[in-house]
Design a protein around this ligand. Structure first.
Ligand code: NFS
Length: 653
């Protein structure tokens, strides 16, 4: 754990924390001060999987542990520290996979409803991607209408959730060598639900007592997230809502407008947000807002839903995870509409200090003190209007105590895998060749995926921003998602001008292509886009034949959620060196931690690491990237020589 000196590096956040205190209203920042983390739980040494316990087997940190001491650390059933921390770790992976998987399942159900013509308001927006998916999944195209093709695709992908044997469909997308690694290790996922259920069984009292076998099942489960639930969600969302392409927008609490009805849409699944984005532009609705004394309607996103509608509609972002309550503290929010995941229960308490209505919309996530309106996707437009009307009706109830921080930053988002291909290679030659070439010639040293949450145990946004600045300074191209992407966007790193913070090589490539050195790839569920990008780099050639050969690294510097652990583990299982900040959940077992940090690399080619300090994080990631460059024989090319074709071919030998 860090000793943080300030709560945030973001001015808007600091201003609203101060206002919350003036208003006598407590937020996550105050609760984090009052609630110190449980030291035993933090190291993964608490087992509450049966009623003989809960058992606690913490390390005695005051002295070096002898084998005898270690042997004494056992639960009532005899479970060792290794078993207990591996079970806890595996359950985090299962919960994260369940969250992404259930998101993917809902998207697939909606996709089926769209195909059957049962969901007015939605349609198939990206026909090209639909046809590509059809080809990939062996669905007959011919002159069949789109909805019939879509129905077949939905049926095939729906089976990935319930499949008992065989392999998930998108496993075949991975490089062949990667697929072989998974098969050799017995970790190729069968069905998404099956892997989650099996992990819950493995970790039940008296079942799996071998930490390596527990991690093996966690690996299978995590892969069912990255190459399963998340990937299905992302792909079908792109087909229905449109594949993102670069879009200019703004971020931070300053996007709220004093004279408008401000509506924040917060959560993860974009189905409702998509419709709200359209309905909020309806002239009838705008007139209604005016009749209540407002100038207009201002729809703003929060957390991952924000990323989804930012990328596809350019809707501005209010802020990331730790800013959700602070948006309400402005006093200017008429309604916060939420669905699932990362929604703090504290919202309703904060809302009581002001006039904000918290509207829950999903049967899976009720919140005491909120207004529940079931969002039925089959009747999306009507319900969205009802919700919007409720928000507008709340405008006259605003208290006088409104203060919107005048802090907002321009940003560019919407770098899907398809867009990157197009930007790099051009319309007629769309490919990753220029990226690979620039990695081989050393202008780009490597690629880093920096993702994940905020966590009040560290200075808000600071670790993200410092790390990413350090990476681009060292010529590492950074791909981002989730709340991490928002942190650096607020710091101005998602604009072409941010090339001034990049090293000479990376800056020259970004200036030529016209992209920022930090690319926004979407929500957390879109982390699978990073897998797709990595696979495209392998398939393009010249950088080895597996993801584990690439000069790449992953990081979640301020993580907090179980989803982050599932994501981290599918990166590791896909061959990526992945480093987490804040805290590491298995320090209670040195053996297990060593296995995750070192042992896994021998079998899976990827491994975990942990570091709190952003500068050291960057050093570790860059050291790993350099190691991979050396193994590929491209380490010498960083001497900034301009390579002609012959020299390049030589390099690839
Ligand atoms: Ni990801 Fe998105 Fe943010 Fe963390 Fe939560 S909003 S799904 S889990 S906190 S990045």
């Amino acid at each position: 754990m860090t000793d943080k000196k300030i709560q945030s590096v973001d001015q808007a956040t600091l201003e609203m924390i101060e206002k919350s205190h003036q208003d006598g209203c407590s937020t996550v920042f105050d609760r984090a001060e009052n609630m110190k983390p449980c030291p035993i739980g933090a190291e993964g040494s608490c087992c509450k999987n049966c009623a003989m316990g809960p058992c606690r087997v913490p390390i005695n940190k005051s002295k070096e542990e002898t084998p005898e001491d270690h042997n004494k650390r056992k639960g009532v059933c005899g479970a060792t520290a290794e078993t207990i921390s591996a079970r806890n770790f595996a359950r985090m992976v299962a919960a994260g996979t369940a969250a992404h998987g259930d998101h993917g399942r809902r998207v697939t159900e909606l996709f089926m409803a769209v195909a059957e013509g049962k969901a007015p308001g939605y349609s198939i927006k990206d026909e090209q991607k639909l046809l590509q998916l059809a080809l990939e999944l062996g669905v007959k195209v011919g002159d069949r209408p789109n909805n019939e093709i879509a129905k077949d695709i939905a049926e095939i992908l729906q089976k990935d959730f319930s499949r008992q044997e065989g392999e998930l469909n998108f496993i075949k997308r991975a490089p062949l060598k990667r697929q072989a690694v998974w098969r050799q290790n017995g970790v190729t996922p069968r069905g998404i639900d099956r892997e989650v259920v099996e992990t819950m069984h493995h970790t039940h009292m008296g079942v799996d007592q071998d930490y390596q076998n527990l991690i093996k099942q966690a690996t299978r489960t995590a892969l069912a997230d990255g190459w399963g639930g998340s990937m299905i969600g992302t792909e079908l969302q792109d087909v229905m809502f449109g594949t993102p392409s670069p879009v200019l927008s703004q971020i931070n609490l300053g996007v709220l407008k004093e004279e408008d009805v401000n509506i924040i849409i917060h959560g993860h699944e974009p189905a409702l947000a998509e419709i709200l984005a359209v309905v909020s532009q309806d002239p009838v609705m705008i007139e209604y807002a005016k009749s209540k004394g407002a100038k207009g309607i201002n729809l703003v996103g929060m957390c991952c839903t924000a990323n989804e509608i930012l990328m596809r509609h350019g809707i501005p972002i209010g802020g990331n995870f730790l800013q959700q309550e602070l948006a309400i503290v402005t006093g200017a929010v008429e309604a916060m509409i939420v669905d699932v995941q990362c929604i703090m229960q504290g919202l309703t308490d904060v809302a009581q200090c002001y006039h904000t209505k918290i509207i829950t919309t999903d049967e899976r996530a009720h919140i005491t003190g909120s207004t529940f309106i079931h969002f039925d996707e089959l009747n999306a437009i009507e319900i969205s209007k009802e919700i919007l009307k409720m928000a507008i009706d709340n405008f006259p109830n605003r208290h006088k105590n409104v203060r919107i921080p005048q802090v907002k930053t321009d940003m560019i988002a919407g770098f899907s895998h398809e867009t990157i291909t197009y930007l790099l290679g051009g319309l007629f030659r769309a490919s990753y060749r220029p990226l690979n070439d620039n990695i081989i010639n050393g202008r780009i040293r490597g690629v880093a995926g920096v993702v994940g949450c905020n966590n009040p145990r560290v200075t808000h946004d600071d670790v993200h921003v410092t790390l990413v600045k350090e990476l681009i300074k060292n010529d590492v191209l950074v791909l981002q998602t989730g709340c991490s992407a928002m942190a650096t966007a607020k710091a101005g790193l998602m604009l072409p001008e941010a090339s001034k913070f990049a090293g000479e090589g990376l800056a020259s490539v970004c200036e030529t292509v016209g992209i920022p050195p930090v690319l926004h790839l979407g929500a957390c569920v879109d982390n699978c886009r990073i897998l797709t990008a990595a696979t495209a780099m392998v398939k393009e050639g010249g950088l080895g034949d597996d993801i584990s050969d690439l000069p790449v690294a992953g990081c979640a510097p301020e993580w907090m959620s179980e989803k982050a652990v599932a994501i981290g583990h599918y990166f590791v299982a896909s061959g990526v060196y992945t480093i987490f900040g804040v805290t590491w959940p298995t320090v209670g077992s040195k053996e297990l931690t060593d296995y995750l940090f070192k042992g896994l690399e021998q079998s899976l080619g990827g491994k975990w690491d942990f570091e709190i300090d952003p500068y050291k994080m960057a050093q570790k990631m860059i050291a790993h990237i350099d190691l991979k460059r050396k193994a590929l024989g491209i380490d010498k090319s960083r001497e900034r020589v301009l390579y002609d074709m012959a020299m390049r071919r030589d390099l690839e030998k």
